[in-house]
Design a protein around this ligand. Structure first.
Ligand code: 5GP
Ligand code: MN
Length: 317
């Protein structure tokens, strides 16, 4: 039996299913989770999607209204999507650990293969594209709503089709979804183009603080709790700040720190050759070659910056 047959079998026999994804969910996390929940529903299977917090830019993603903040004590089957490691589940890790069977559907090269069954395609630009392949393999119909969920994942994780991992298939999926009636321009506008006023204010603080290192090849900036309080920030307002550094001419690696309950969450992005997943891996995190992250439970922004710059230096040409 293939991995996809195994997944099909587990879904079929499960009495209760929970769908999980990483904390601070991005569009791929949300879109993939909801596409799966909507597809399961069409096949007579109900599943709880548990996502405690998400940005309101995702308020139009089909199925978002049914998302739960908390679930039942125990599910027979837990399916995690867009998740590279268990530590990224936050408080939701209990649902994964209490489940009798676990499945992971993902696209991170650093995936820890923590499920009983793992379907991971590190060449795919989005977990949503991996899920699209699964639906096709099962011959499951993709409705306009499921298509909008999938496109939310694909558009956000490719930054609007701009990254190298975008393949011919990615554009073919987009064409197919457009044909179905999915409003791709609106999804782009909601999730990538529109910035809240408070996120603009945060960005202004981060810009002011931006520092360059190693002849302008590295940029660093951060946002802490005090900044968020000052501008009355909402969930997800810091999203995208890391790209501002990366998009500056001559920069290879951009570092952005964001203060959380656990310490500082670092986001790293690279432009053409530095493997930031490997760098984050050295500090206990991971991700993709050009986009990765790690949480530092100790240290000030200055200390974390020094550690990261020291490590990144080794990779620069
Ligand atoms: P972001 O910087 O947008 O939070 O994350 C970039 C990529 O790295 C995402 O695909 C995300 O899943 C992954 N990532 C972020 N933080 C961590 C982490 O702490 N551990 C692992 N393994 N991956 C992470
Ligand atoms: Mn993803």
């Amino acid at each position: 039996m293939s991995t996809l047959d195994d997944i099909y079998e587990e879904i079929n026999i499960a009495e209760s299913i929970v769908i999980l994804t990483h904390e601070h969910p991005d569009g791929d996390a949300i879109g993939t989770a909801l596409a799966l929940a909507n597809a399961l529903k069409m096949h007579g299977k109900s599943a709880d999607v548990i996502i405690p917090e998400y940005s309101r830019c995702f308020n139009n993603v089909p199925g978002i209204k049914d998302v739960l903040k908390e679930g039942k004590d125990e599910y027979e089957l837990a399916i995690a999507v867009d998740l590279a490691s268990l530590s990224q589940l936050g408080d939701c890790v209990k649902y994964f650990e209490n489940a009798k069977k676990t499945i992971c559907i993902d696209h991170h090269s650093s995936n820890n293969m923590m499920g009983d069954i793992n379907f991971v395609d590190p060449f795919s630009p989005a977990a949503a594209q991996v899920l699209y392949g699964i639906f096709k393999a099962y011959n499951w119909e993709i409705t306009e709503e499921i298509g909008a969920d999938l496109m939310t994942g694909i558009i956000t994780d490719t930054g609007g089709f701009q990254y190298q991992q975008v393949s011919k298939e990615t554009f073919e999926i987009a064409a197919e979804m457009r044909e179905l009636g999915v409003d791709i321009p609106q999804i782009y506008k909601d999730t990538l183009a529109t910035h809240t006023i408070t996120s603009f204010k945060l960005k202004r603080i981060a810009y002011d603080r931006l520092e360059f290192f190693e002849d302008g090849k590295i940029t660093f900036t951060y946002i802490d709790k005090k900044d968020e309080e000052k501008v009355n920030a909402e969930i997800g307002d810091y999203e995208g700040i890391v790209n501002e550094g990366r998009n500056l001419e001559g920069v290879e690696v951009s570092i952005f720190l964001h203060q959380t309950e656990k310490g500082y969450k670092a986001s790293l992005r690279s432009n053409s050759y530095v493997n930031v997943s490997e760098i984050c891996g050295k500090f206990g995190g991971g991700g993709h070659v050009r986009a990765a992250g790690v949480t530092f439970t100790e240290g000030t922004p200055k200390q974390i910056k020094e550690q990261l710059v020291e490590e990144i230096k080794k990779y620069l040409k």
